[in-house]
Design a binder for this molecule. Structure first.
Ligand SMILES: Cc1cc2nc3c(=O)[nH]c(=O)nc-3n(C[C@H](O)[C@H](O)[C@H](O)COP(=O)(O)OP(=O)(O)OC[C@H]3O[C@@H](n4cnc5c(N)ncnc54)[C@H](O)[C@@H]3O)c2cc1C
Length: 411
């Protein structure tokens, strides 16, 4: 093999494989190193497997609660091994798709652990690769906190939780970021006794506080137990003491308190993209960084939408109320319960909140079915500086959840 390449990329997660595909379109020779599975955390341990399992959990719950829609299902059974089988198939299908795309793009894939020797040399399995440019996209790993180190049996990471062969009777989730919240909803949908412990004063602390408070209301109505401003003080023989003096004995503990970039130190002359860059740890952020680096297509990093999946979905972009000075902005809120579609679907919980200044949207916060898609409309509006008056000229279809955006513009 000729070991000279225009671009060497370490890590075949969304950031790495996107960089590889875009570089290859530009006619560059690309070598891509992956020590585990193509697709990275996103495809194998993150976005995709969790959303597949979440979907199964929602179907299970909807089936059990079908009565109010006039559908009564008797003897509903849950076979968790089939849930996992479907998840694995979903991952495998997408995995094949990415592999094929990389093959068609003539990207050279090297399966092995790569090391950066200097700004133009990568070593892998004692072979040296000369690259004009090196991109490091090695991702991140679950954060370990003192006293809650993963033993992979009782104290589990978000990787371990995917390997469960059967559902536990009860779980304690430490951390209520996107990962903790989504898994809390998944386990609760499956009927597992679920408790979430959050150190911050509110659940989902990175969100707009009104969103966090709404999530707390939803957790209460869904009977997901949670404690905010609380941390674990002691674990002994699976008995867990919390700082609020409560003691609990869950079957397992999931620690989801963030992720650490897979890097010791950055080397001059190397480009770091995706989770390893230490910036926003979301797949679409890494993808945009890759495209920015390869194609030069810049993007507004402050307009990276965030989504938390489950029912209802939660999504936001731009400024949160707590970022803004009181009285310096306009707030327009529409309750989801005012929308016809929400009543048809039986999903009336939530709101669409638009924050604006001088007729320009600066932030949007949505708790609503399909929030993951709705947020994109507002991201496009903010990014393109479209005024609220101009948006009012847009025709929104009926009955939809997007009408909530339209109504908010007139508030
Ligand atoms: C449970 C969970 C749910 C998530 N859900 C979402 C979601 O819904 N939406 C979203 O946007 N994000 C989500 N994320 C975050 C998302 O998965 C990450 O932001 C994304 O995977 C980062 O992409 P990346 O390419 O930077 O790195 P990764 O996907 O982590 O890929 C890095 C790759 O590099 C490889 N690698 C590392 N070191 C080496 C080496 N020395 N040699 C060769 N290969 C190496 C790794 O094996 C890995 O395959 C979720 C994460 C988790 C854990």
């Amino acid at each position: 093999m000729d070991n000279k390449f225009d671009i060497g990329i370490i890590g075949a997660g969304p950031a790495g494989y996107t960089a590889a595909l875009h570089a290859s379109v530009q006619g560059k020779s690309v070598v891509l190193f992956e020590k585990d599975k193509i697709g990275g955390v996103c495809l194998n341990k993150g976005c995709i497997p969790t959303k597949s399992i979440l979907h199964s959990s929602e179907i299970y719950k909807q089936t059990l609660n079908g009565d109010k829609f006039g559908i009564t299902a008797n003897n509903v059974t849950l076979d968790y091994s089939k849930v996992i089988e479907r998840k694995n198939k979903t991952v495998e299908t997408l995995h094949k798709g990415i592999e094929l795309a990389l093959k068609n793009a003539k990207v050279t894939i090297i399966h092995g652990e790569a090391k950066i020797q200097d700004k133009n040399t990568i070593f892998c399995d004692n072979v040296s690769f000369n690259c004009t440019k090196i991109i490091c996209a090695t991702g991140s790993s679950p954060k370990i906190i003192k006293g809650l180190e993963f033993d992979h049996k009782f104290i589990l990471s978000s990787d371990d939780i995917l390997n469960l062969e059967k559902l536990p009777k009860s779980i304690l989730i430490v951390g209520s970021g996107a990962i903790g919240t989504e898994w809390g909803r998944i386990f609760n949908n499956f009927g597992v006794k679920t408790t979430v412990v959050e150190l911050a004063p509110h659940l989902l602390p990175i969100a707009d506080t009104e969103v966090s408070k709404r999530l707390e209301r939803i957790f209460k109505s869904e009977k997901i137990n949670f404690y905010t401003g609380t941390y674990i003080t002691n674990i002994q023989n699976k008995k867990i003491s919390l700082s609020n003096s409560i003691e609990t004995e869950p079957e397992i503990v999931l620690v989801a308190v963030g992720r650490t970039p897979n890097i010791k130190e950055q080397i001059d002359g190397i480009s770091y993209i995706g989770d390893v860059s230490g910036e926003i740890q979301l797949a679409h952020y890494g993808i945009k960084q890759a495209i920015e680096f390869i194609d030069g297509t810049e993007f507004r990093k402050d307009l990276t939408p965030s989504v938390v999946y489950g029912s209802p979905e939660i999504a936001w972009v731009g400024k949160r109320e707590q970022d803004l000075e009181e009285g310096s902005y306009k707030k327009s809120t529409v309750l989801i319960s005012s929308l016809g579609k929400a009543h048809c679907d039986g999903n009336t919980d939530g709101f669409i909140k638009i924050l604006s200044q001088n007729n320009k949207i600066i932030g949007a916060h949505i708790v609503c079915t399909e929030a993951s898609s709705l947020i994109q409309q507002l991201t496009i509006a903010i990014q393109n500086d479209i005024s609220t008056d101009k948006l009012k000229e847009t025709c929104f279809p009926h009955p939809t959840y997007s009408e909530g955006i339209f109504e908010a513009l007139f508030k």
